[in-house]
Design a protein around this ligand. Structure first.
Ligand SMILES: Cc1cc2nc3c(=O)[nH]c(=O)nc-3n(C[C@H](O)[C@H](O)[C@H](O)COP(=O)(O)O)c2cc1C
Length: 378
């Protein structure tokens, strides 16, 4: 098999070799009940592994009950939750992909509506439908937006507990068979809300200067590195910018990336936004083709750390050009994958990397190769 295209060349982080550089971006499905995996999740994630991605990143998964963003979010904080995640990683591995999990705490954006039910604060109608409301927690008692619940400002004791909760979830994840742990430092959730001056108004060691605002995310990254096996890579997804003056900037992200690298984080996954409800600043979704690739490029170049690019990367050729031009080491695909779970297989085909359909599961590939020959000679 030729590895002419970087997209289809394996890449190694610590003890984990991804078979290619195409990643399923973490996407919350909001269909869990009581934080548990169900058949929807198994079908959903299994499909992308069958579709040939090198790495499946399982959606943001809460480290504690209060850290769920919505009533439909996954959680992994107890032994009882572990076996279902083990079934999921076995399923993904069975198709030859590697599995990562994004671990998260929703912070002041927790206790919210599922995306398609409004993506806002829970309403009386939501509660009448049986949705549970709880008080979120954050760096300061500053709500995410008007009409959202006022978060409880976290005490130093609670900060200590949160550190332990992230470690516990990471260890459970490792035991469940996840190859890589991704720390969610983006999109306005707890750890990013410590980073950004827009949400963090603390006056103690966790607020104020950039150094202080980075303290908790760096402590957690260091805790994870100490707790996990040396062979388990840690990725961190950041919001490279808040997209607003007075907020978190790309320059801050470069500093953060350098510091994360120093404490043993292996790759920075470069997203953006999510900290403000105002217009496009809340959006990590809709700014145009390749809109976040410049962040992955800048962080890679200035912090000298591997990066993942994400955001409206549409085609295999586009993804290949991101890698080829040295702008990122991995490409994550979100909505295009929802549209076409076989994205990776299709581009392997289109780019001439798999003429014999050998990347497909055998019960598909055998038929498809005969079908392609028949079509060619028809
Ligand atoms: C349905 C949906 C759910 C998402 N959930 C998450 C999530 O759990 N964690 C995360 O970091 N980003 C999440 N995102 C952002 C995506 O991972 C990705 O960064 C974004 O969709 C841009 O990539 P795309 O243009 O290829 O979709 C979500 C996006 C969508 C569309």
């Amino acid at each position: 098999m030729s590895n002419e295209y970087l997209l289809f060349r394996p890449i190694t982080f610590r003890g984990v070799t991804l078979p290619n550089r195409i990643v399923l971006s973490p996407m919350a499905m909001y269909v869990a009940e009581e934080a548990a995996l169900n058949d929807f999740h198994m079908t959903h994630y299994g499909k992308f592994a069958m579709g040939g991605v090198g790495l499946v990143i399982v959606e943001q998964t809460a480290v504690c009950r209060r850290g769920r963003i919505t009533n439909g979010c996954l959680g992994l904080w107890s032994e009882e939750q572990l076996p279902a995640f083990r079934r999921l990683t076995d399923l993904v591995h069975g198709f030859g992909s590697k599995a990562a999990i994004q671990i998260n705490h929703g912070g002041r954006k927790a206790s919210a509506q599922r995306a398609w039910q409004g993506n806002g604060a829970l309403t009386a109608e939501d509660l009448a439908r049986g949705e549970e409301l709880w008080q979120p927690e954050g760096p300061s008692d500053l709500p995410f937006a008007e009409g959202w619940p006022v978060p409880e400002a976290m005490t130093l004791d609670r900060i200590g507990q949160i550190r332990q909760e992230f470690v516990d979830t990471a260890l459970l994840s490792e035991r469940a068979g996840f190859d890589i742990i991704e720390l969610h430092l983006a999109h306005g959730y707890l750890l990013q809300s410590f980073l950004t001056p827009l949400a963090n108004k603390r006056t103690d060691a966790y607020g104020g200067s950039l150094e202080n605002r980075m303290r908790l995310p760096l402590e957690i990254a260091r805790d994870l590195r100490a707790a996990l096996s040396d062979d388990t890579p840690i990725f961190a997804r950041i919001s490279a910018t808040d997209w607003v003056e007075g907020g978190w900037t790309l320059e801050d992200s470069v500093v953060l990336a350098q510091r994360l690298k120093e404490v043993g984080v292996d790759l920075i996954d470069c997203s953006s936004g999510g900290n403000l409800l105002r217009g496009a600043t809340n959006s990590n979704l809709a700014r145009g083709p390749l809109y976040q690739v410049p962040f992955a490029e800048e962080v890679r170049r200035c912090a000298n750390v591997p990066t993942m690019a994400v955001g409206m990367i549409r085609t295999g050729a586009e993804a290949e050009s991101v890698l080829r031009d040295g702008r990122a080491d991995l490409v994550a695909i979100g909505r295009q994958m929802l549209f076409n779970p076989f994205w990776a297989q299709h581009y392997a085909q289109e780019l001439g990397q798999d003429p014999g359909f050998s990347r497909w599961p055998e019960p598909y590939g055998w038929w498809l190769s005969k079908w392609a020959k028949a079509l060619a000679s028809a």
